[in-house]
Write a protein that binds this ligand. Sequence first.
Ligand SMILES: [Fe+2]
Length: 219
Amino acid sequence: MNIDLTRRKLLLAGVTGSALALCSLPARTMAQLTPTPAQSSGPFYPLQLPQDDDNDLVSFDGSNTPAKGEITHLTGQVVDVDGLPVANARVEIWQCDANGRYRHPWDENSAALDPNFQGHGSYQCSEDGRYRFRTIRPVAYPGRTPHIHFAISGPGFEPLVTQMYVSGEPLNDKDFILNNVHPELRQNVLVDLVKTQRPDEWSGHFRIVLAADGSLQKR
Ligand SMILES: [Fe+2]
């Protein structure tokens, strides 16, 4: 999008410079999507990626015992601001296990580490930008509402690090990172998890919008 052009149109329509300054979001045309807001990567991105780093975090290193937690089928699509797929995007996720513990040496949580939870997974999208993960429903840990960390990259686009949250979680209102997202964009990082036909399994869809290289994406 040509942001300068949009700004000029607003000025021609009588919106003053000071009024523009009050808007913390870049102006976009009606048809365009707002890039998914960037958020902190946090301290627990793996120091070393697991050898088993596929998109099934519930099954780890060939163990026959599944990870603890409620299985969650997470799907989504990586798109640009026009809603078109970002071909060949790469999506990474990482999160704590069902005990609230990250597979990371800096996590001081005394909870036992679930040896069967992969903790990090990745997915290489094809032309359609779609991805899928089998993981666990995220849980809260001290100081944070349930969330899943995401890192996304695509050729020709700004790499994005963000976090996904679950709609309706009671701690969402108190989470300092979620509440640091602009109120108008908060909905863009919240996902409805719905029960599947299998008992205690969930599914959700998280669309990720990437900005083209050089665009305004950071909050
Ligand atoms: Fe986290």
